[in-house]
Ligand binder design. Sequence first.
Ligand code: FES
Length: 73
Amino acid sequence: MIVCVCSNVSDGKIRQAIDAGVTRMSELRDKLEVGTCCGKCNSCAKRILNECLATSQPNAPQPIMFQISAMAA
Ligand code: FES
């Protein structure tokens, strides 16, 4: 889906940028030129950014896994 018609930026390109480390709208603007012309795409781009950041938390604590049977022996 094209998010920014002016700069021909799709949601996939936005997601790729976020996967590459983008965490702010200003970074999306600098990297992809999203929202730098008419600005109508800003709310949609921001929504995608926030959704992606909410679902990909690389610094979130990971669950500790261990085998109980090995500990009981
Ligand atoms: S649609 Fe993105 S700046 Fe116009």
